[in-house]
Design a binder for this molecule. Structure first.
Ligand code: DGL
Length: 283
């Protein structure tokens, strides 16, 4: 048994797709979430910048005494998981392996579509992992750089002409290639599940990388004997820019009012305070 919280981070809202599933599977767990809304999107940046941001995100989360950190971000998972794991003494879990395993299990035709941010697609990490899970799988990939800014601005609903037009433009090649499984390789994309599902059609299985990752986290904590034991866990949300938009969209997505649980923090100041032993605003 381990009563410590689980830390979860993303560049913004997307990691909530993992939180939603964690909440469903492990309602007894305390969760501390950080969304770097002041610097989103990460996916258009270089590997070096993404690693720099991710190190700060992890350093902030580690100002709490955590049992594990979930990188609920495809971009950070595909580019920085190994370094972050090597640098930290607690388990750091990413989205790539669980998603690749799910895609390998689901595909019948062996033709899998993959969408993600530019950095994730450039990394080749999902492709390499799918090839290990199911040798010979053909992966057709497409970077979708406009999806994250649109989702962060709440433009993810069915009937929104902007998102529907962009979905058609990005996904037409994948539909044309006849994939039977599509990996939504960025944790923001499940918020587009309806629009993407409508376009791809019911015969294409969509893999939600945030939810797959949450299931892997649940299995890992159980295997390690590290599940918490209490009636109900708490969830706290921190962001690096104004709380209002995040709290509004998060409340809709998580179907609970998170307004009172969300706070804006000054990332570098919190990390510095912690190092100096000064009490943090976030604590
Ligand atoms: N949710 C992040 C991911 O999974 C979004 C990255 C971004 O900020 O561009 O890749």
């Amino acid at each position: 048994m381990d009563q410590k919280p689980i830390g979860v981070f993303d560049s913004g809202l997307g990691g909530l797709t993992a939180v939603r599933e964690l909440k469903r599977l492990l309602p007894q767990e305390d969760i501390v979430y950080f969304g770097d809304t002041g610097r989103v999107p990460y996916g258009s940046r270089s590997k070096e910048t993404i690693l720099k941001y991710a190190r700060q995100d992890v350093a902030f989360l580690r100002t709490f005494d955590l049992k594990a950190i979930v990188i609920a971000c495809g971009t950070v998972s595909t580019t920085s998981l190994d370094v972050l794991s090597a640098e930290n003494p607690i388990p750091i879990l990413g989205v790539v392996e669980p998603a690749a395993a799910a895609a390998a299990r689901r595909t019948r035709s062996g033709r899998v579509g993959l969408i993600g941010t530019q950095a994730s697609i450039r990394s080749g990490a999902y492709e390499a992992c799918i090839a290990r899970e199911r040798p010979g799988t053909q992966v057709v990939s497409q970077a979708c750089p406009l999806f994250v800014p649109l989702v962060e601005n709440g433009r993810f609903h069915r009937g929104d002409v902007v998102i529907e037009t962009i979905v058609r433009e990005y996904l037409s090649p994948l539909k044309g290639a006849g994939v039977d499984t599509l990996v939504l390789g960025c944790t923001h994309y499940p918020l587009l599940e309806e629009v993407i599902g409508d376009f791809m059609g019911p015969e294409v299985a969509l893999i939600n990388v945030g939810a797959e990752c949450a299931r892997a986290v649940a299995r890992r904590l159980e295997a390690d004997g590290a599940l918490a034991r209490r009636a109900a866990g708490t969830r706290r949300y921190f962001v690096s820019d104004r709380v209002e938009d995040f709290a509004r969209l998060a409340s809709i997505f998580l179907q609970e009012d998170v307004t009172g649980e969300a706070r804006q923090i000054e990332l570098e100041q919190e990390i510095l305070n912690h190092r100096l032993g000064i009490r943090n605003h976030a604590q």
